[in-house]
Write a protein that binds this ligand. Structure first.
Ligand code: PRX
Length: 646
């Protein structure tokens, strides 16, 4: 790229909430000077407290930080009720179905539907405050109603992405000990119906005692199996409920939701988020990073099964009182212009997607955006993985017509909302850099012992101070929570939060994310734990040993690469066999692009698999590291040969 910086559009900056770097530094200095005061000011401004908090931050039991102690609020109140007086007729959710059907749900209608849903949960299913409800839902408005209905009565939702298999769903239902599962018969994708309910039926086979009922929304009116006494039809029941349901006064620290994500070890972790801190930051980042204002129409293309969908389809936009777009389909169907046609038809002002999607849209139709009127677009966002310069350039020049700011937002399931990102009216953007920590967020790049890394050197990305929307715990596993995120390194006597990502800071202070430093693979912006995949493959009768690594992929960012040592030679098509296994046990997203059968794995004398070597071989790199410490150095050559011949 010939220009190093892209300055904010002055027209946009004039009306932006943060309109200059001076304003950014002012906010950051305010936070540095009086950290608790900074957050208290925002909490007072943004939250309609049902009872005031007595203390901003309690650090006495670090890393189990608590925010806004004793405060009472309700998230559905934040997202709906308080907007009714002046925004009742404004569209809250703009839904577009896969087949082009559009429904606009106003804030008043949203209120009625969420209240009815909340009453249904309370009255018919006896769902109480603190109960867990699993949602296995397609991208339809009822998914948002269900989330907000849970929030209204204080139930904790746990959404399982619709692409996960019945086994993965079962594991998550059991871990959360969910009382109710909410699903749909199916939905539409690429013009065709698909089914969800049979996956739930399969997940509930056998030893799941916690689930008392399954509530089914009929999206497709498919012929599905109904289990008497367990399955209930939402569409038949909802009209009988009253549209008035008082919002439960929740404690600031009550869990709002769980969301399972992959780590580098063991089974998925139920990331537990809070009520007050989470909703505060969801709204603040909507306002700062996307700068939503007035009649803006915001579209985040994520699925609600991921954190991006939670924070930037439902909780962020609605708490900010904006119009949020929810899309059932895929942005490339019926053709590569679908996303751009939607931007034109709905006059989208902020568009937020993943680099993978940008690469696909670019590849499938590089001139497609020029066929549509994209003049309403102001801010373009990316999330989930580093964006490569060619994708950035196309996004900026062709989609954004050189006019829109590109916000490369770095964050995680655990952080609840954006952490490092440009501010569209303030930050001079360097392509492919997430730029600076947001005001109030203290980020550092350090060595393992806590020493700050020098300028230009890659180190571990850490957050040195607790922030309101941070993960509170791993559901049912406080020990793992401490171990996974907080090492021995302390700052001001408090443990640091380790993100698991590497990053580098340049001489101007710009932060660039370099990718995971642990064994997590980022496939199309989705986190896959190599240990989780290995655990599935290891169970197979034919497999003696397995190692899973990531390999750079032109479209997906990274793809899954599996090395297998067999117990004995096989006639069987092992590639197909292993991928079927992964699809059944995790979901299609866990399928590998490469599965290579090798004679042995590179191990140290103590038996540790040297993944670095396997990663290099998968990438086709020459092995430069010292292999003399391996138990059997000759294995490296054999593996290289096997990969070459595969
Ligand atoms: O590695 C980072 C990458 O995605 C991981 C978080 O994944 P997940 O919890 O599934 O949440 C994804 C959506 C927030 C991070 O540890 N990541 C996320 N955003 C970026 C990124 N990598 C580079 N640049 C980003 N903007």
């Amino acid at each position: 790229m010939n220009k190093q910086f892209f300055n904010p559009n002055p027209e946009f900056a004039k009306n932006a909430r943060v309109g200059s770097m001076e304003a950014y530094h002012e906010l950051m200095n305010e936070a540095k000077k009086d950290y608790e005061g900074f957050w208290a000011k925002r909490a007072d401004e943004k939250i309609d407290w049902l009872a005031p908090y007595s203390k901003v931050l309690d650090e006495s039991d670090a890393p189990f930080y608590k925010w806004f102690i004793d405060g009472k609020l309700n998230v559905s109140n934040q997202c709906i009720d308080r907007h009714l007086a002046d925004k009742g007729d404004k569209t809250a959710i703009l839904f577009e179905g896969d087949r082009g059907d559009v429904e606009k749900i106003t804030y008043s209608q949203l209120s009625q539907r969420v209240n009815k849903f909340a009453n249904l949960l309370k009255n018919r299913f006896r769902v109480k405050r603190g109960d867990r409800v699993v949602l296995y839902m397609p991208m339809i408005p009822e998914a948002a109603y269900a989330m907000l209905a849970c929030a209204r009565i204080g139930a904790i939702h746990s959404i399982v992405f619709g692409g996960f298999s019945s086994e993965a769903l079962k594991e998550r239902i059991k871990d959360a000990s969910a009382k109710l599962v909410i699903t749909a018969d199916g939905a539409y994708r690429k013009g065709k119906p698909y089914l969800l309910k049979p996956v739930v039926d399969k997940a509930l086979e056998g030893d799941i005692e916690c689930v008392e009922a399954v509530l089914v929304v009929q999206r497709n009116h498919e012929d599905i199996t109904w289990v008497d006494g367990r399955d209930y039809n939402y569409c038949d029941m909802i009209d009988d409920e009253s549209d008035i349901c008082e919002a439960e006064a929740m404690d600031s620290e009550d869990p709002l939701f769980l969301l399972y994500t992959s780590g580098s070890t063991g089974k998925p972790k139920g990331v537990q988020h809070s009520t007050a801190g989470y909703i505060l930051w969801a709204q603040m980042t909507m306002e700062w990073v996307f700068d939503v204002q007035g009649d803006d129409v915001f579209w985040c293309t994520a699925d609600i099964g991921w954190i991006t969908g939670h924070t930037y389809i439902v909780y962020g936009p609605l708490s900010a009182g904006t119009t949020t777009v929810m899309f059932e389909g895929v942005p490339t169907y019926p053709d590569a212009g679908r996303a751009w046609k939607m931007c034109q038809d709905h006059k989208i002002t902020q568009f937020y997607t993943a680099p993978t999607a940008i690469r696909v849209l670019h590849k499938m139709g590089k001139d497609e955006p020029t066929k549509y009127d994209l003049s309403a677009l102001k801010v373009l966002g990316t999330v989930g993985e580093p964006i490569d310069p060619p994708a950035w350039k196309w996004y900026h020049e062709v989609v954004g017509q050189g006019r829109c700011a590109i916000v490369d937002t770095w964050w995680q399931t655990e952080t609840g909302g954006h952490m490092i990102s440009p501010l569209p009216g303030a930050t001079p953007i360097k392509p492919a850099s997430a730029t600076f920590a947001l005001p109030g967020i203290m980020a550092e790049v350090i060595e393992e012992d806590g020493t700050p890394k020098k300028i230009g050197e890659t180190g571990l990305l850490c957050i040195t101070k607790p922030w309101p929307s941070m993960i509170r715990n791993i559901w049912g596993d406080a020990k793992r929570f401490k171990k996974a995120y907080f090492g021995d390194v302390e700052k001001d006597g408090k443990p640091l939060y380790f993100s698991g990502d590497g990053a580098v800071i340049d001489e101007q202070g710009y932060i660039t994310i370099t990718g995971r430093v642990d064994d997590v693979i980022n496939v199309s912006g989705h986190r896959m734990g190599s240990a989780e995949i290995e655990a599935v493959v290891k169970e197979d009768d034919y497999v003696a040993e397995v190692a899973v690594v990531g390999r750079p992929h032109e479209i997906k960012g990274e793809s899954i690469f599996i090395y297998i040592v067999l117990k004995q030679e096989q006639e069987k098509d092992m590639v197909k066999h292993i991928n079927n296994l992964l699809s059944q046990n995790i979901g299609n997203i866990a399928k590998a692009d490469d599965i290579v059968i090798v004679a042995g794995l590179p191990k140290t004398r103590s038996g540790k698999i040297m993944r670095r070597i396997l990663r290099s071989i998968a990438k086709g790199e020459a092995i430069t590291q010292d292999i003399s410490t391996l138990e059997d150095p000759s294995v490296v050559k054999q593996i290289e040969e096997a990969v070459k011949n595969s």
